[in-house]
Design a protein around this ligand. Structure first.
Ligand code: FES
Length: 225
């Protein structure tokens, strides 16, 4: 006995059962094909897909609601912990950043509700202090020393090489959040200038031609099981 295909064949429209079994990418592909075949999406199919989309949205909303309750509980715990301390907003933000590695927007919004403090005020504090981050941290940090000794030994060339290889400027993170690039003033290893620090490991007397190899070693670490 042969079982019915769960996805439609190319030369006919899908049945409701087939539609219900499709993921979003497959649905999009089917809609493209139907538009090519008919010049439009047949009404009964469009109504069936709208019904399925509505169902899926409701499920996603329920999932989001459960995640929101986790955020709410975490924020309430931080607020309760620091409730009697002066300047507690900053202490709570520290706790949030320690927990997530940055201050996620939905957590800042929940904190604003919980404390009764305008969201704009919370962002004023976050952006005033350099310590607080609004984006998730990168997996790896590359820091170029641009103190006087390193500058005189060519730190700018190293920085330019990194900018061009990574496609970002200092203070930025690659789009895949793999590497964050920063510049600092003197890391206390002037005898080894020009110097770089990658994930806490210092590289001294670095030549521009070695930058590619250093970045490759970061990728290799990633590939290790
Ligand atoms: S200036 Fe770079 S280590 Fe001192």
């Amino acid at each position: 006995m042969t079982s019915a295909p769960t996805h439609p064949v190319d030369d006919r429209d899908p049945t409701p059962v087939e539609l219900a079994n499709c993921d979003e990418a497959t649905l999009l592909g089917m809609l493209d094909k139907m538009e090519q075949r008919h010049g439009f999406v047949p009404r009964e199919i469009s109504e069936e897909i709208s019904r399925l989309v509505q169902l899926r949205l409701e499920r996603i909303e329920r999932i989001r609601g459960k995640l929101d309750s986790t955020i709410r509980r975490d924020v309430q715990t931080h607020v309760a912990h620091w409730s009697n301390e002066e300047g507690n907003l900053i202490m709570i933000l520290h706790a949030i950043q320690n927990q997530h590695g940055y201050v996620p927007r939905e957590v800042a919004m929940e904190l604003s509700r919980e404390l009764g403090v305008p969201l704009a005020r919370i962002y004023e504090v976050i952006t005033f202090y350099h310590y607080f981050k609004l984006q998730p941290p990168a997996k790896h940090n590359v820091v170029v020393c641009n103190g006087t000794a390193c500058y005189l030994k060519g730190s700018l060339e190293l920085l330019n090489e990194l900018r061009s290889r990574l496609g970002i400027s200092e203070g930025q993170t690659t789009a895949d959040r793999h590497i964050h690039l920063d510049v600092v003033r003197c890391i206390g290893c002037c005898g080894m200038s020009p110097a770089l620090v990658v994930d806490g490991k210092t590289y001294g007397r670095v030549k521009t031609s070695e930058v590619g190899g250093i970045l490759d070693s970061v990728k290799k670490q990633e590939a290790k099981p």
